[in-house]
Design a protein around this ligand. Structure first.
Ligand code: MG
Length: 269
């Protein structure tokens, strides 16, 4: 009977498997512990710039976090808006007055809103929808924005087939860097930002570390650890002078268009 070369190869593989497994164990497991692989080592080199050894058995393990499903907050998040009320938000000298209904908050001309609590380095999840009814164009179409420290904007705009300046479209670091791609969904559809923001650091008036942001728009990377040139500015150059605190509110912009927000949560970093 003729045996196909593939079958011979498979037979050799089966024969070699126990040997390979035994070899693997002898290489990677401590003597006498063949049934349980080691959970770490204390005889390995120290990592450069760290106080831990390679695979250090004493290195603290990260805390367990239960992730949320479909963008819902994970177990360690600060829930800033769960669709019910804006009690954690302020506007001007008083409470936030945006319209809350059907699980979302809608811009209504009462001014921008900001968190009562100040945040610095953070991971932010936020969902937004520009009006289904398209009115106006360019910067007049579904304009809003997410500001960190009340100063650093990630633009919110209906950028679905809507020509405007590149550094002003959705996902832009407003006035500084366009998004890497346009990942916009159409008007009226819910969209998401997942943002990692790193606050700038100052020593006196001297800038030590600029602000930095990574943004996913609808799950697509649009800003890749990009550094801000300074707080967001309109038709002018940004500047890190004067210095400012490294914490501040998350602010949502009232730009006169009825943009909706829902499911806003944050993790402090
Ligand atoms: Mg804006």
């Amino acid at each position: 009977m003729k045996v196909a070369p593939a079958a011979i190869g498979f037979g050799l593989l089966l024969a070699a498997f126990p040997l390979a497994t035994a070899l693997h164990r002898s290489m990677y497991a401590a003597p006498g512990q063949h049934d349980q692989p080691p959970v770490g080592y204390s005889d390995t080199p120290v990592l450069p710039g760290q106080k831990w050894r390679v695979h250090d058995i004493d290195r603290p393990v990260p805390p367990a976090v239960t992730p949320g499903e479909n963008g819902a907050p994970p177990s360690d998040a600060v829930v800033l808006f769960d669709g019910k009320d804006l009690s954690l938000w302020a506007s001007g000298d008083g409470d936030a007055k945006w319209l809350v209904k059907e699980g979302f908050a809608e811009v209504n001309g009462t001014g921008s809103i900001r968190t009562r609590e100040a945040f610095g380095d953070c991971q932010l999840h936020i969902e937004w929808a520009t009006p289904a009814q398209v009115e106006s164009s360019s910067q007049g179409r579904g304009n809003s924005g997410v500001f960190f420290l009340g100063r650093y904007e990630i633009q919110v705009l209906d950028s679905f087939e809507n020509r405007t300046y590149a550094d002003g479209q959705a996902g832009a670091m407003y006035g500084q860097f366009p998004p890497l791609v346009n990942a916009s969904r159409g008007p009226g559809q819910w969209q998401s930002y997942d943002i990692v923001f790193r606050a700038p650091r100052f020593e006196g008036d001297k800038l030590l570390q600029p602000a930095r942001v990574t943004v996913f728009h609808n799950g697509v990377l649009v800003q890749d650890a990009q550094e801000y040139l300074g707080p967001s500015a309109h038709r002018s150059l940004p500047s890190y002078s004067p210095a400012h605190p490294s914490t501040g509110p998350i602010e949502l912009q009232d730009h006169g268009n009825p943009v909706r927000y829902r499911n806003i949560w944050l993790r402090k970093l």
